[in-house]
Design a protein around this ligand. Structure first.
Ligand code: FES
Ligand SMILES: [Fe+2]
Length: 362
């Protein structure tokens, strides 16, 4: 005998998405990932080419498909600050304007391709995506990371991890307090979020499977999104009894509407009592453990569905708040509403603050 259900089963909703990518800066890799050999980028549902000018040493990103007959510039060569198509050797300048056709008397006026705004900062290379094609918004430029420039930290150890999902589902993680226990075997002592303008922050104090709680100490973690896709986390704790300070990079870039790649990075503060090789070994060990932990999230993202109406309970973090914040980047600038960007705070688990724990560890 079956028991009559009193309430209808919950219906998961997922509206078809507009063919649109969130406006903002996206990491394509570390500085070393772009050289004077053209690099193909399969991003934003198309193909781009990234290269360094031989003369200016700057990173340039252009649409990869040559409008002459569709050749792929990422298979071509860099010459000066231009990239030359392998098919009939049309040459494209860093500004996207064709500057040479070896066999033509006149370059056609229409011979212009899209040149994408780029930024090199914190040892990383960024590309600006804007469906409205406006120049980058100055206030949204990622902040300089003093630690990367200090010489007291290692460089980024980078990995690229493909995932079959959408950016919003990844960004949910910022507010998702309840997944830390089951996915990361972490204990959460305090958990809160703030949002303001293009930034969203997660503050957490707790225990962690890799950075174990030291002598009476606690793990602190501050994760900050600057724009829709560039997130850095600062963590303190200890590994094998060794005090650690760590920055993580969790940046993603869409391949198309259903897939993205996470450009994952790790850098640690060097221990001055250890040799370069020993510090590198510590970075390698920590990175390996971290990638393992991160793949627990990845397995979830690869298999979950898109859900527009998540069924929340009272202990959950502010998923709706992070989604409201994220929606600003999917909205034309002129249509952004105050509630998408206004300063707000949400405390999910009351407890010791990151600032207090850091002060007590001094
Ligand atoms: S297709 Fe690029 S030069 Fe002809
Ligand atoms: Fe996670």
């Amino acid at each position: 005998m079956t028991v009559q259900q009193r309430i209808d089963p919950y219906i998961i909703k997922a509206e078809p998405r507009p063919e649109r990518y969130a406006r903002g800066w996206y990491v394509i890799g570390n500085a070393a990932s772009v050289s004077t050999t053209p690099r193909m980028l399969a991003v934003f549902g198309t193909k781009l080419v990234a290269y360094r000018g031989e003369r200016d040493g700057e990173v340039h990103i252009l649409d990869a498909y040559c409008p002459h007959m569709g050749g792929d510039l990422s298979q071509g060569k860099v010459c000066g600050n231009s990239v030359v198509c392998p098919f009939h050797l049309w040459s494209w300048g860093a500004d996207g304007v064709c500057d040479d056709i070896p066999y033509a008397k006149k370059i056609p006026d229409k011979a212009v391709i899209k040149s994408w705004p780029t930024l090199e900062k914190n040892g990383l290379v960024f590309v600006w995506q804007d469906p409205e094609n406006n120049p980058p918004i100055p206030e949204q430029e990622p902040e300089a990371m003093a630690d990367w420039y200090s010489g007291n930290w290692t460089d980024w150890e980078m990995r690229a991890i493909p995932i079959a999902s959408q950016g919003r589902e990844l960004v949910d993680n910022m507010a998702d307090m309840a997944h830390f226990g089951p996915i990361h075997y972490s204990t959460v002592k305090s958990f809160s979020n703030t949002m303001a303008g293009h930034k969203f922050v997660q503050y957490m104090v707790g225990g962690h499977q890799i950075l174990t709680e030291g002598e009476g100490g606690l793990i602190t973690s501050v994760a900050t999104y600057e724009g829709p896709a560039y997130m850095t986390t600062t963590m303190t704790g200890s590994m094998d009894g060794h005090p650690m300070q760590v920055h993580l990079l969790v940046s993603h870039i869409p391949v198309d509407m259903h897939n993205f790649v996470i450009n994952f990075g790790v850098m640690i503060r060097k221990d001055p009592n250890l040799s370069e090789a020993e510090n590198q070994a510590m970075l390698d060990e920590y990175t390996a453990l971290n990638i393992e932990s991160f793949h627990q999230d990845v397995a979830i993202w690869n298999n979950k569905c898109i859900i527009d109406n998540p069924l929340m309970c009272d202990g959950d973090g502010p998923i709706h708040m992070v989604r409201k914040w994220y929606s600003q980047f999917m909205t034309n600038v002129a249509d952004i509403r105050p509630d998408q960007v206004k300063a707000r705070e949400h405390v999910t688990v009351e407890g010791p603050s990151v600032a207090d724990v850091l002060a007590s560890q001094q």
